[in-house]
Design a protein around this ligand. Structure first.
Ligand code: CA
Length: 227
Protein backbone atom coordinates (compact mmCIF):
# COMPACT_ATOMS: atom_id res chain seq x y z
CA UNK A 1 0.00 0.00 0.00
CA UNK A 2 1.28 3.44 -0.82
CA UNK A 3 2.58 5.56 2.02
CA UNK A 4 0.58 8.74 2.59
CA UNK A 5 2.52 11.92 3.26
CA UNK A 6 0.93 15.11 4.56
CA UNK A 7 2.70 18.32 3.53
CA UNK A 8 1.93 21.30 5.78
CA UNK A 9 3.57 24.25 4.08
CA UNK A 10 2.25 27.70 3.22
CA UNK A 11 4.85 28.42 0.56
CA UNK A 12 2.99 27.13 -2.46
CA UNK A 13 6.10 26.68 -4.59
CA UNK A 14 7.85 24.50 -2.02
CA UNK A 15 4.68 22.53 -1.30
CA UNK A 16 4.08 21.83 -4.96
CA UNK A 17 7.70 20.88 -5.63
CA UNK A 18 7.76 18.45 -2.71
CA UNK A 19 4.39 17.03 -3.73
CA UNK A 20 5.52 16.38 -7.29
CA UNK A 21 8.73 14.69 -6.16
CA UNK A 22 6.92 12.52 -3.62
CA UNK A 23 4.30 11.44 -6.15
CA UNK A 24 7.12 10.61 -8.53
CA UNK A 25 8.53 8.33 -5.80
CA UNK A 26 5.18 6.59 -5.42
CA UNK A 27 3.89 8.32 -2.31
CA UNK A 28 0.32 9.53 -1.96
CA UNK A 29 0.23 13.14 -0.78
CA UNK A 30 -2.06 15.65 0.89
CA UNK A 31 -1.43 19.34 1.39
CA UNK A 32 -2.38 21.98 3.93
CA UNK A 33 -1.35 25.64 3.69
CA UNK A 34 -2.01 26.67 7.30
CA UNK A 35 -1.43 25.20 10.74
CA UNK A 36 -5.06 24.70 11.71
CA UNK A 37 -5.95 22.74 8.57
CA UNK A 38 -2.67 20.84 8.83
CA UNK A 39 -3.41 19.80 12.41
CA UNK A 40 -6.87 18.46 11.65
CA UNK A 41 -5.58 16.60 8.58
CA UNK A 42 -2.68 15.13 10.61
CA UNK A 43 -5.14 14.03 13.31
CA UNK A 44 -7.46 12.41 10.78
CA UNK A 45 -5.44 9.18 10.81
CA UNK A 46 -5.32 9.23 7.02
CA UNK A 47 -1.59 9.89 6.83
CA UNK A 48 1.56 7.93 7.69
CA UNK A 49 3.95 10.84 8.10
CA UNK A 50 3.80 14.66 8.29
CA UNK A 51 6.20 17.19 6.79
CA UNK A 52 5.63 20.27 8.91
CA UNK A 53 6.81 23.79 8.17
CA UNK A 54 7.42 25.92 11.29
CA UNK A 55 6.46 29.39 10.04
CA UNK A 56 2.78 28.91 9.20
CA UNK A 57 -0.35 31.08 9.32
CA UNK A 58 -3.11 30.33 11.86
CA UNK A 59 -1.02 28.02 14.07
CA UNK A 60 2.75 27.79 13.79
CA UNK A 61 4.38 24.42 13.23
CA UNK A 62 5.62 24.00 16.80
CA UNK A 63 2.12 24.63 18.14
CA UNK A 64 0.68 22.16 15.61
CA UNK A 65 3.23 19.61 16.79
CA UNK A 66 2.53 20.23 20.47
CA UNK A 67 -1.20 19.70 19.95
CA UNK A 68 -0.73 16.75 17.62
CA UNK A 69 1.47 14.91 20.13
CA UNK A 70 -1.38 14.84 22.66
CA UNK A 71 -3.21 12.35 20.49
CA UNK A 72 -0.83 10.98 17.89
CA UNK A 73 2.60 9.41 17.49
CA UNK A 74 2.64 9.91 13.72
CA UNK A 75 6.19 10.61 12.48
CA UNK A 76 6.80 14.34 11.96
CA UNK A 77 9.66 15.91 10.05
CA UNK A 78 10.03 19.65 10.58
CA UNK A 79 10.97 21.97 7.75
CA UNK A 80 13.01 24.68 9.45
CA UNK A 81 14.71 27.87 8.40
CA UNK A 82 18.47 27.99 8.33
CA UNK A 83 20.16 28.92 11.64
CA UNK A 84 17.11 28.47 13.83
CA UNK A 85 18.80 26.18 16.35
CA UNK A 86 16.25 26.94 19.03
CA UNK A 87 13.39 25.97 16.72
CA UNK A 88 15.11 22.67 16.04
CA UNK A 89 15.70 21.97 19.70
CA UNK A 90 12.13 22.92 20.69
CA UNK A 91 10.80 20.87 17.81
CA UNK A 92 12.73 17.77 18.83
CA UNK A 93 11.71 18.25 22.45
CA UNK A 94 8.07 18.52 21.39
CA UNK A 95 8.39 15.15 19.72
CA UNK A 96 9.45 15.80 16.14
CA UNK A 97 11.27 12.82 14.66
CA UNK A 98 13.64 14.79 12.50
CA UNK A 99 14.06 18.06 10.66
CA UNK A 100 15.45 19.32 7.41
CA UNK A 101 16.79 22.81 6.92
CA UNK A 102 15.51 24.88 4.02
CA UNK A 103 16.57 24.97 1.30
CA UNK A 104 16.93 21.19 1.20
CA UNK A 105 17.76 18.74 -1.54
CA UNK A 106 14.84 16.46 -2.28
CA UNK A 107 17.10 13.39 -1.90
CA UNK A 108 17.84 14.43 1.66
CA UNK A 109 14.15 14.81 2.45
CA UNK A 110 13.36 11.43 0.89
CA UNK A 111 16.11 9.77 2.94
CA UNK A 112 14.80 11.29 6.15
CA UNK A 113 11.25 10.21 5.36
CA UNK A 114 12.48 6.62 4.98
CA UNK A 115 14.46 6.79 8.24
CA UNK A 116 11.54 8.33 10.17
CA UNK A 117 9.13 5.67 8.92
CA UNK A 118 11.57 2.88 9.76
CA UNK A 119 12.33 4.26 13.20
CA UNK A 120 8.67 4.25 14.19
CA UNK A 121 8.66 0.53 13.48
CA UNK A 122 9.97 -0.45 16.89
CA UNK A 123 10.82 1.46 20.03
CA UNK A 124 13.99 0.39 21.85
CA UNK A 125 13.37 -1.96 24.76
CA UNK A 126 14.87 -1.17 28.12
CA UNK A 127 16.18 -4.02 30.25
CA UNK A 128 15.65 -2.26 33.59
CA UNK A 129 19.35 -1.73 34.29
CA UNK A 130 19.95 1.53 36.13
CA UNK A 131 22.79 3.83 35.17
CA UNK A 132 24.69 5.66 37.88
CA UNK A 133 27.34 8.31 38.40
CA UNK A 134 28.28 9.70 41.80
CA UNK A 135 24.86 10.20 43.49
CA UNK A 136 23.05 10.32 40.15
CA UNK A 137 20.73 7.48 39.18
CA UNK A 138 19.15 7.12 35.76
CA UNK A 139 16.44 4.52 35.37
CA UNK A 140 15.73 3.96 31.66
CA UNK A 141 12.77 1.67 32.38
CA UNK A 142 11.02 4.22 34.59
CA UNK A 143 12.39 7.11 32.54
CA UNK A 144 13.45 8.84 35.73
CA UNK A 145 16.52 10.68 36.96
CA UNK A 146 17.39 11.41 40.57
CA UNK A 147 20.39 12.98 42.26
CA UNK A 148 20.84 11.80 45.83
CA UNK A 149 17.12 11.03 45.80
CA UNK A 150 16.11 14.44 44.38
CA UNK A 151 14.12 14.13 41.14
CA UNK A 152 15.62 15.82 38.06
CA UNK A 153 13.24 16.80 35.27
CA UNK A 154 14.72 16.25 31.81
CA UNK A 155 13.24 16.47 28.34
CA UNK A 156 13.29 13.30 26.26
CA UNK A 157 16.36 14.33 24.26
CA UNK A 158 18.25 15.43 27.36
CA UNK A 159 17.41 12.11 28.96
CA UNK A 160 18.53 10.15 25.89
CA UNK A 161 21.78 12.08 25.74
CA UNK A 162 22.52 11.54 29.44
CA UNK A 163 21.71 7.84 29.19
CA UNK A 164 23.98 7.48 26.16
CA UNK A 165 26.89 9.22 27.88
CA UNK A 166 26.43 7.04 30.98
CA UNK A 167 26.14 3.84 28.95
CA UNK A 168 29.48 4.77 27.38
CA UNK A 169 31.15 5.91 30.58
CA UNK A 170 34.86 6.82 30.14
CA UNK A 171 34.46 6.80 26.35
CA UNK A 172 34.59 10.14 24.58
CA UNK A 173 31.61 10.55 22.27
CA UNK A 174 31.92 12.94 19.35
CA UNK A 175 29.18 15.46 18.61
CA UNK A 176 28.43 13.56 15.41
CA UNK A 177 27.99 10.30 17.30
CA UNK A 178 25.75 11.96 19.88
CA UNK A 179 23.63 13.49 17.12
CA UNK A 180 23.34 10.24 15.26
CA UNK A 181 22.43 8.21 18.35
CA UNK A 182 20.21 10.74 20.07
CA UNK A 183 18.47 12.19 17.03
CA UNK A 184 18.63 9.03 14.95
CA UNK A 185 20.21 10.53 11.91
CA UNK A 186 23.46 11.95 10.64
CA UNK A 187 22.91 15.70 10.89
CA UNK A 188 26.02 16.86 9.11
CA UNK A 189 26.96 20.37 10.20
CA UNK A 190 24.20 20.60 12.77
CA UNK A 191 26.25 19.55 15.78
CA UNK A 192 25.61 22.83 17.62
CA UNK A 193 22.29 21.27 18.62
CA UNK A 194 24.32 18.91 20.83
CA UNK A 195 26.05 21.81 22.58
CA UNK A 196 22.63 23.23 23.44
CA UNK A 197 21.55 19.94 25.06
CA UNK A 198 24.83 19.66 26.96
CA UNK A 199 24.29 23.18 28.27
CA UNK A 200 20.79 22.23 29.46
CA UNK A 201 22.11 19.08 31.16
CA UNK A 202 24.87 21.03 32.90
CA UNK A 203 22.38 23.58 34.18
CA UNK A 204 20.02 20.91 35.45
CA UNK A 205 22.64 18.59 36.99
CA UNK A 206 26.22 19.92 37.21
CA UNK A 207 25.32 23.45 38.33
CA UNK A 208 22.36 22.48 40.46
CA UNK A 209 24.22 19.82 42.44
CA UNK A 210 27.66 21.43 42.30
CA UNK A 211 29.38 18.60 40.42
CA UNK A 212 31.50 18.33 37.29
CA UNK A 213 29.88 15.40 35.52
CA UNK A 214 30.00 16.14 31.82
CA UNK A 215 33.50 16.88 30.60
CA UNK A 216 34.28 18.65 27.33
CA UNK A 217 37.08 17.16 25.29
CA UNK A 218 38.07 20.10 23.16
CA UNK A 219 37.76 19.48 19.44
CA UNK A 220 36.34 15.99 20.00
CA UNK A 221 33.18 15.82 22.08
CA UNK A 222 31.95 14.93 25.54
CA UNK A 223 32.51 12.25 28.17
CA UNK A 224 31.32 11.26 31.62
CA UNK A 225 34.17 9.66 33.56
CA UNK A 226 34.08 7.48 36.63
CA UNK A 227 34.78 9.51 39.73
CA1 CA B 1 6.32 29.02 5.91
Amino acid sequence: MAIRVLIVEDEEQIARFVELELKHEGYVTGKAADGRTGLSMAESGEYDIVLLDIMLPELNGLEVLRRLRKTSEIPVILLTARDSVMDKVSGLDLGADDYVTKPFAIEELLARIRVALKKKGGAPKEDGTKLTWNDLTVDPAAYSVTYDGVPVELSKREFDMLALLLTNKNIVLSRDTLLQKVCGYDYVGETNVIDVYIRYLRTKIDERFGVHMIQTIRGVGYVIKDE
